[in-house]
Design a protein around this ligand. Structure first.
Ligand code: IMP
Ligand code: MG
Length: 181
């Protein structure tokens, strides 16, 4: 890639690999929810791009909602604390909910969201995560749909950030710990 932002960044998954995998996930989700209605709940901000692409591969009657949780701070390390900073706009009671997240890492975020969403008694609650880092898990939680399972690497692009930057890279890239900012 010949852009300035891309210089020195190694690509982990190209936009084509992502598109192919997202389409496979969408096909499975459509199959599992055939004839049902679906609420896709994106976790801001990282999942915004994944949700927009995934939604267009899902062939069921769907609506969108978004939540935001307190983030990792500005670096690569988690503070451990999760807090809801933007709640759902619409009630999810009795609905089929698909939580859409960029990365399942320690699992703290999704375990927290699952707990509070279940208190609203949805009909079903499923999780779609584009990336999964199982070796990092602190909470016992798995996604129903996973795009790619990866080792303990820090990635950026396709919605994912380092200190709020790089979300607009179209490919998923590796951020080395000693990357010059
Ligand atoms: P968890 O609560 O540790 O599972 O954190 C999940 C969140 O951490 C994700 O939604 C991302 O926002 C962030 N995160 C975890 N790993 C990465 C990464 O490699 N790149 C960018 N953000 C990450
Ligand atoms: Mg996130």
């Amino acid at each position: 890639m010949a852009t300035t932002v891309y210089r020195d960044l190694e690509i982990l998954y190209t936009r084509q690999q992502i598109a192919d995998r997202v389409a496979e996930m969408g096909a499975r989700i459509s199959e599992d929810l055939k004839g049902e209605k679906l609420v896709m709940v994106g976790v801001l901000k990282g999942a915004a791009i994944f949700l927009s692409d995934l939604a267009r591969t899902i062939d069921v009657d769907a609506t969108f909602d978004f939540v935001a949780v307190s983030s990792y701070g500005k670096g690569q390390r988690s503070s451990g604390a999760v807090k809801l900073i933007k709640d759902l706009d619409e009630p999810i009671e009795g609905k089929n909910v698909l939580v859409v997240e960029d990365i399942l890492d320690t699992g703290l975020t999704l375990a927290y969201l699952r707990k509070i969403f279940l208190q609203h008694h949805p009909k079903t609650l499923r999780i779609a995560a584009l990336l999964d880092k199982p070796s990092r898990r602190l909470e016992k939680i798995e996604a129903d749909y996973v795009g790619f399972s990866i080792p303990n690497l820090f990635v950026i692009g396709y919605g994912m950030d380092y200190a709020e930057r790089y979300r607009n890279l179209p490919d998923i890239c590796l951020m080395s710990p000693d990357h010059p900012e």
